[in-house]
Every structure is written in C-alpha cells, then in structure tokens.
Design a binder for this molecule. Structure first.
Ligand SMILES: CCCCCC/C=C\CC(=O)SCCNC(=O)CCNC(=O)[C@H](O)C(C)(C)COP(=O)(O)OP(=O)(O)OC[C@H]1O[C@@H](n2cnc3c(N)ncnc32)[C@H](O)[C@@H]1OP(=O)(O)O
Length: 282
C-alpha cells in the first residue's frame, strides 16, 4: 500500500503560501525557490555534519515539513564544501548512555525512512566527503551529483560496525547485488571518479555551482510529468523496504547496541578517534 503520494489537489494552495525558511543558527536550513518550487536543504552542523541525535531529529522534521508543503523537489547539501556528512557522530558511541544510544539508532532509522520515502524528487549534492552515514544520506536520495576529489562509501566494517540490512538493501539497489556485497563487507571508500564508475553517484561536477546546475537539471526532468504517477511509482518501489525496516526495527536497535557496547569496539573507537586527531596534526 502507498504510504503517501503526491496530492495534486494541494498544489495550488502550496503555490500561494510557499515561504522561504532559513535561520543562521539552525542545524538544518531550508530555502525554497518560489518560482521552481525546489527546496535546498543545507546541513549546517560544523565542523563535519556528524549525525548527532539533534541533527537527525532536524533532518526528519525538515523532510516532514517539506512533505506537507508539497514542494516539487529537494536538493540536499552541506554548508562545508569539504565534508558533505562525516556519518554518525562518533561521540554518540563512546561510552554511551544506553537510552540515548537507542534513541540515536532509532533516529537514524527514521532519517533513512523519511528521506528514502519522500514523494518529491530528491538529489544529493555531495560537495565533500561522505563516509558511512554520509553515504547513507546520499543513497536515500534519488539522484547523486558529486564534486570531484572527495570520498564516499559505507566504511562501517572498517570501524567495527555491521551494516544494517535496510542500508545494505539501498546499496544493492544502487550498485547491484554483487558489488554491494563486496564493498559493504570490505568497507570500501571510493574517490569521486570510482564512485561514478561503479554507479554509486550519477554525475560528477568540478565545483558547487556546476553541481547545483546538474541537480536542478535532474529535478527539471519532472516538470512536465504527472506528479502523481511519478511519486506513486517511486513509493511503490520503495515502500516495501521501509515497511521491512520498520518491522525489524527493535531487533536492529538491539543489534546496534550490542555492537557498540562490545569492549573490543569501544577500544577500537578510542584508537580510531586518536587516529583522526593524529592525521589532523600531521
Ligand atoms: C550496527 C551498526 C551499523 C552502522 C551502520 C550505519 C551508519 C553509520 C555509522 C557511521 O556513520 S560511523 C561514522 C563513520 N565516519 C567516519 O569514519 C568519518 C571519520 N572522519 C573522517 O574521515 C574525516 O574527519 C573526514 C570526514 C574525511 C573530514 O576530514 P577533515 O580533514 O576535513 O576533518 P578532520 O580534521 O578529520 O575532522 C574535524 C573534526 O571533526 C571530528 N570528526 C570527524 N568525523 C567525525 C564523526 N563521524 N563524528 C564525530 N566527530 C568527527 C574530528 O575528530 C575532528 O575533531 P577535532 O580534532 O577538531 O576535535
């Protein structure tokens, strides 16, 4: 069954009432172009947009609000031009409070489900590195435009984390079963060129401006198309995955908690954090 579909009857109301939302201190800022109806959603959590509970809550809230406003398309990008999103906030996993850890994973599931299941078209404008959870955000979008000279991939296993089944599924749909299996297990990070070759991203751009043009070009391909047929087809393809994730979400949360609370993982995390700092000091 369709979870939600674009409702053309609400479009004329939207055109009259659409507003631009933007706040300089927000973790997520949204600007809607009232000529095109396209929203640019910018992740705004310095320094690297790591996914804290609060940032993920804002992403879910933003997508829900956009869903209610009937925008015609969305571009997801980063304030930074160096890091699109550094994945889950590692500090959320260091000796965590268990209730908060469960909330973090539940919110990551929600983030995936709400971005993956939008009725409107979505493009990730990947203007920086996108490891792990950063790659997840990009994979949820329908189309990915990546700037040159950055890295993207699901490197979770390199950190000692298992990739959850719903995220494996999104990777499979994007790069195919065989490649997804190999690269989820290895935790491969791809440079922009290799990401294009393997189909992890759809287009490359030299810089942000060109990437935005390419993203808008993708959204414009739907200008003349029935929004109902477009969104219904997308959601008929994606809703089963979302329902499957929701059915298994409790076990998924407990698997994550067990993974993170394991002493080997906690020790490895300390070493990993130190290696990030050492890299910086070189
Ligand atoms: C059952 C489990 C399933 C798991 C499956 C799914 C989902 C998610 C898992 C994850 O996302 S785990 C997180 C994985 N992320 C990473 O491995 C990225 C690590 N970071 C980097 O590689 C680099 O920081 C970067 C993103 C390439 C950026 O490099 P840059 O040189 O620009 O910046 P840095 O100097 O390295 O970093 C600045 C500052 O940010 C801190 N930081 C970096 N990444 C994170 C992070 N993910 N969480 C929290 N903090 C992060 C870094 O330590 C620096 O801090 P300071 O030294 O300035 O205090």
């Amino acid at each position: 069954m369709l979870r939600k579909i674009f409702n053309p009857a609400r479009l004329s109301r939207f055109q009259r009432t659409m507003v631009t939302v933007s706040s300089s201190d927000a973790l997520v800022s949204t600007e809607v172009d009232d000529k095109t109806g396209y929203a640019t959603v910018t992740l705004n959590r310095a320094p690297v947009n790591s996914l804290s509970l609060e940032l993920m809550t804002e992403i879910v809230k933003t997508v829900d609000e956009l869903e209610r406003s009937n925008i015609r398309g969305m571009v997801l990008t980063s304030f930074s031009n160096k890091v699109f999103c550094a994945g889950l906030d590692i500090m959320e996993m260091v000796n965590p409070d268990l209730d908060r850890l469960r909330a973090v994973w539940t919110r990551l599931q929600d983030t995936w489900a709400s971005l993956y299941g939008t009725s409107f078209p979505t493009v990730a404008l990947i203007n920086g590195h996108a490891p792990a959870g950063g790659c997840l955000l990009a994979l949820c979008c329908e189309y990915r435009v990546m700037c040159n000279n950055f890295n993207i991939g699901l490197n979770e296993t390199q950190l000692g984390l298992a990739v959850p089944p719903w995220l494996q599924g999104t990777m499979r749909q994007t790069i195919g079963t065989r490649e997804a299996e190999i690269h989820c297990i290895k935790g491969t990070m791809f440079n922009s060129q290799d990401a294009l070759k393997i189909g992890l991203v759809d287009e490359l751009a030299a810089e942000n401006g060109e990437a935005m043009q390419r993203a808008l070009h993708y959204l414009n391909t739907f200008k003349q198309m029935s929004p109902y047929a477009r969104s219904a087809t997308k959601l008929l393809m994606r809703n089963k995955d979302i329902e499957d994730m929701k059915r298994g979400r409790k076990e998924d949360v407990e698997r994550f908690v067990e993974n993170v609370m394991n002493s080997d993982f906690q020790n490895g995390l300390t070493v990993y954090l130190q290696s990030l700092k050492n890299r910086k000091n070189k």
